[in-house]
Design a protein around this ligand. Structure first.
Ligand code: SAH
Length: 378
């Protein structure tokens, strides 16, 4: 069975024509799949009944199944989605006032091996197809009456290691689904050839760089690929991206207590970004606790505040990722890990390896939930 989701309007026109129908029938299918939230072919009532029956022999709409969904009090919703081969990924629905954003995964697992990341543990299983990437968007859209306006590629996986599918999915979001390309953000660990390639495409998406350190030495403690691609090289590629697309960048900076959160690190970041003349905001992300051999911990509230002030004093624009979604373990890969560990014995999950970590994590989740409760009641 071939999924419609992932096909362009042109490809859907060909599907219609090959079934002996006029091309506009393909545009009708696209309308149903991408704009009207159809979940099956039977719903496409303006297509002739026999044509629908014929389509159903070889095609499906192809929305991923919702294997699990947690909704936080602020309406942030974390989904575990399942594909027909049984593989699961995470996606997050994030309503912020006027704008509604979603966070999408690009791979099942990830090969980058970042020391602080829950997704890194199981390694990479496989790439997602373009259809599976936008399928997450369409599934979440089908669950909400609010129109999704933004998407960030910050879920599981490294987008620039699944380059072709990611580019195809960005084009589908822009052209077929109608999301403004400017409202799309691709986040990368710093895959230099991928950044350079992206600069050549004419798709002006926002590029976010997971910098997380002002110097290579600190960065290498956190990110294995930092040995391959040095900060200077990454920033050169970023400068090219800015030159070609005229878009600003976002630098993500994960704050881990006692590792990269000192005022010195903040001043180092200021002088790095100033000396390189790469325009961009810094997005501070307090570490979402994941149990690690290094014993990484969340930064103190005061050090986050101080770090931010130091950046602002240095003339950088700093934002702080809202710490919402803790109650539903909305950090990359956490929900999946917790659930996998509870679903032992399905043969494909690395459940046994994860159980001790997941158990610790469950403890931390409870603490975080309590903390969030305390903050809300203030
Ligand atoms: N591979 C891409 C996109 C996926 S990760 C990248 O590296 O950018 C999305 C963001 O979440 C990255 O900035 C990543 O460093 C961050 N992240 C991963 N684990 C985290 C954790 N435990 N707490 C907070 N942020 C985390």
């Amino acid at each position: 069975m071939q999924p419609f989701i992932g096909m362009t309007i042109k490809e859907l026109e060909v599907v219609a024509q090959e079934a002996g129908q006029p091309a506009y029938r393909g545009r009708q299918i696209a309308e149903w799949v991408y704009r009207r939230g159809a979940q099956n072919i039977e719903e496409m009532t303006d297509l002739p009944k026999e044509f629908r029956a014929r389509l159903a022999e070889s095609f499906t709409v192809g929305l991923p199944e919702v294997a699990h969904c947690d909704v936080a009090p602020d309406d942030t919703a974390k989904y575990l989605m399942r594909f027909p081969d049984g593989q699961t990924i995470e996606s997050v629905f994030l309503p912020y006032g006027e704008r509604v954003s979603v966070c999408l995964s690009t791979q099942i697992g990830c090969a980058a091996g970042c020391r602080f990341c829950a997704t890194a543990i199981g390694g990479l299983s496989r790439n997602l197809t373009a259809g599976e990437i936008i399928g997450q968007f369409l599934r979440m859209q089908s669950q909400s009456s609010r129109r999704i306006s933004h998407a960030v590629y910050m879920g599981m996986g490294e987008p620039l290691w699944n380059y072709d599918a990611v580019i195809a999915s960005l084009r589908l979001l822009g052209n077929e689904i109608g999301v403004s390309l400017r409202n799309l953000t691709v986040s990368t660990v710093g895959v230099v050839p991928g950044i350079r390639a992206l600069a050549q495409e004419s798709i002006p998406v926002t590029l976010a760089i997971s910098l997380h350190a002002p110097d290579d030495e600190t960065r290498e403690r956190l990110i294995p690929t930092a040995r391959k691609w040095k900060i200077a090289e990454i920033l050169d590629a970023c400068a090219e991206y800015v030159r070609r697309t005229h878009r600003d960048l976002t630098f993500e900076y994960l704050l881990i207590g006692g590792v990269n959160d000192s005022p010195d690190h903040a001043r180092g970041l200021v002088s790095l970004l100033k000396s390189r003349h790469v325009p961009g905001n810094v997005n501070l992300i307090p570490f979402n606790y994941v149990s690690t051999p290094q014993g990484f911990r969340r930064p103190e509230r005061e050090s986050v505040q101080r770090f931010r002030e130091e950046l602002e004093r240095g003339g950088l624009v700093a934002t702080q990722r809202m710490t919402r979604g803790h109650a539903i373990s909305a950090a990359c890969g956490q929900l999946r890990r917790t659930l996998l560990s509870g679903a032992k014995g399905n043969g494909t999950s690395p459940a046994n390896d994860l159980e001790p970590i997941a158990a610790l994590e469950r403890g931390e989740r409870i603490e975080l939930m309590a903390r969030q409760g305390a903050e809300e009641s203030r």
